[in-house]
Design a protein around this ligand. Structure first.
Ligand SMILES: Nc1ncnc2c1ncn2[C@@H]1O[C@H](COP(=O)(O)OP(=O)(O)OP(=O)(O)O)[C@@H](O)[C@H]1O
Ligand SMILES: [Mg+2]
Length: 233
């Protein structure tokens, strides 16, 4: 573990995937989804991930976000090999350091927009994060007049903006966003990209899945995924 931590301090790689693979068990069959992935992301980088539907982008994001463990190889997040972490340690790493914008939002239906944004702080509250922050983030994503609405009372794009605000509540050093503008019109999408650019300028690491080639212009680098294999970085 120390060796890995030292390598994080030296190289400042926030993410290192080493010969990583992921299969799913479907009935009797083991279906390979990600195949021998090698990918490093440096602290402060903005990386876009592109690839056809079903190529494994969300699966890759789940691995980077420590939501699942690899079938083979290593996933090293901020110098920590996730295979060596307990579930509690993994939950802390996710809660304090990683902001995840899910492709399907994953909002809690019975909570208001504002409460959904606050939710991560119920379990893990980072020092210096005050109670006003959720409201500030709701304003930042342009939902000041919808703070008390439940997810079912919001449009798809509004739910997506709640999901983005929630990912930012603990001021994470690593932001993982799965098609964060997929449900937004181009004006709102550009506003969200401006928020991401600002976070990037303030040294946050951002990994974003997108199918929109125009949005890759915001990134330092584009990673292409096809049939579970990275074809170019
Ligand atoms: N829990 C699971 N069990 C079995 N197979 C799964 C599971 N999750 C994903 N898959 C399969 O893995 C493949 C990749 O899925 P993934 O969601 O990563 O694709 P994607 O690149 O994000 O696609 P999209 O652009 O449509 O969101 C798909 O063929 C899918 O059927
Ligand atoms: Mg996906």
């Amino acid at each position: 573990m120390d060796e890995v931590n030292n390598s994080f301090e030296k190289n400042k790689h926030v993410i290192e995937l080493i010969n990583m693979c992921k299969s799913y068990q479907v009935g009797e069959m083991e279906v390979p989804i990600l195949k021998s992935i090698d990918l490093s992301v440096k602290k402060g980088e903005f990386v876009a991930i592109m690839g056809p539907s079903g190529s494994g982008k969300s699966t890759l994001m789940n691995m980077i976000g420590c939501l699942d463990r690899p079938t083979c190889g290593q996933v090293i997040v901020m110098g920590k090999d996730i295979n060596r972490l307990s579930e509690v340690e993994l939950a802390r790493l996710r809660g304090f350091e990683i902001g995840f914008v899910f492709q399907t939002f994953n909002l809690v239906p019975r909570l208001s927009a504002l409460q959904n944004v606050e939710l991560p702080t119920y379990a893990n509250k980072k020092e210096g994060i005050g109670s006003a922050r959720a409201k500030e983030l709701i304003d930042l994503v342009g939902l000041q007049d919808r703070a008390g609405y439940k997810p079912t009372e919001l449009s798809g794009g509004q739910q997506q903006r709640v999901a983005i605000a929630r990912a930012l509540i603990n001021d994470p050093s690593l932001i993982l966003a799965d098609e964060p503008t997929g449900n937004l019109d181009s004006k709102t999408g550009n506003e969200i990209m401006n928020i991401f650019t600002d976070l990037h300028n303030r040294g946050r690491t951002i990994i974003m899945i997108t199918h929109d080639p125009e949005l890759t212009g915001y990134a330092d680098r584009v990673v292409h995924l096809k049939d579970g294999v990275i074809s170019a970085t």
